[in-house]
Write a protein that binds this ligand. Structure first.
Ligand code: CMP
Length: 138
């Protein structure tokens, strides 16, 4: 059992499809062990995406991620990081496999509906960024 961190992004909360995304997560045997709907502040979004601060799309990414509520989640399961990345599909939905969340729901490379950690180390960092251990329940 391991954990990954997930964000259901503003394009998805705006279209009221968070339940549809959670169904795909649960149908693929990941358990949502923590979840909250929040509105990211500019500081929170910039801190979370600090690794991308030098990219051309950074300012637009921050505007988008603060444009509406998001759902932050902790997912648990076998090989959770790998499994969730497979379920999400590629960052650019044009290249995503059929049946993935991004193929089904993402609007474009930026408004791509979900975020998932890219390694176990980053999963731990990202989970801690939003959750205390006391908020996570198996
Ligand atoms: P995410 O997996 O959350 O990681 C960084 C985010 O930046 C990514 O999903 C997209 O929302 C966004 N992103 C990545 N690449 C691009 C790009 N080329 N143009 C615009 N936004 C991007």
């Amino acid at each position: 059992m391991s954990r990954t961190f997930s964000i259901i992004k503003p394009d998805a909360t705006k279209r009221n499809i968070t339940g549809s995304i959670n169904k795909i997560i649960e149908d693929n045997h990941l358990v949502i062990v923590a979840q909250k709907r929040i509105k990211l502040s500019k500081d929170q979004a910039e801190g979370f995406y600090d690794i991308h601060k030098d990219k051309a799309f950074f300012a637009d990414l921050i505007d988008y991620m603060t444009s509406g509520p998001v759902i932050v989640q902790v997912l648990e399961g076998d090989n959770a990081v790998e499994k969730y990345r497979k379920i999400m599909g590629t960052t650019n939905p044009e290249n995503a496999d059929n049946g993935t969340i991004r193929k089904e729901y993402a609007l474009n490379i930026q408004e791509n509906s979900v975020h998932g950690s890219d390694s176990d180390t980053n999963a731990q960092i990202e989970i801690k960024y939003f959750f205390n251990e006391s908020e996570i329940h198996q």
